[in-house]
Write a protein that binds this ligand. Structure first.
Ligand code: FES
Length: 126
């Protein structure tokens, strides 16, 4: 068990470690992102978390970054390293990897190549 002091952190990267993403290199992506963060001395600014399935298995491996709320698809170790480097050198050429961006208080699908997916059920009542 670990309890980190997260004061001063300005980015949270969620790395999908669900079964589909793990079959598409999720472990290697996780290790590459974490290694790059350490090598760039960004541990005090970027927090990473392994997650279970995020519900976009066809786009594996999924990585999500907050507070931007950007979802990245088909991540590889190299793309993961670029995501970490984005914190010190902007524009690491990740545009083609963006699946969703958060705009006007909702997710907007950016990637036209990715399947739209099933509509979320409409919740009735409270
Ligand atoms: S296992 Fe990663 S989105 Fe489903």
């Amino acid at each position: 068990m670990t309890t980190w002091n997260l004061s001063g952190v300005n980015s949270h990267i969620l790395i999908c470690n669900g079964s589909s993403c793990m079959r598409k290199g999720g472990e290697e992506v996780t290790e590459a992102i974490r290694r790059e963060i350490a090598e760039l001395n960004l541990d005090s600014r970027i927090h990473t978390t392994r997650t279970r399935c995020n519900g976009r298995c066809k786009d594996a491996c999924i990585v999500i970054e907050y507070p931007e709320g950007t979802w990245y698809k088909e991540m590889t170790p190299e793309l993961g390293r670029r995501l970490a480097r984005n914190h010190i050198e902007s524009d690491q050429g990740l545009h083609d990897s963006v699946l969703y961006s958060y705009e006007d208080s909702q997710y907007v699908q950016i990637s036209s190549e990715s399947e739209k997916g099933k509509d979320k059920p409409i919740k009735v009542g409270g």
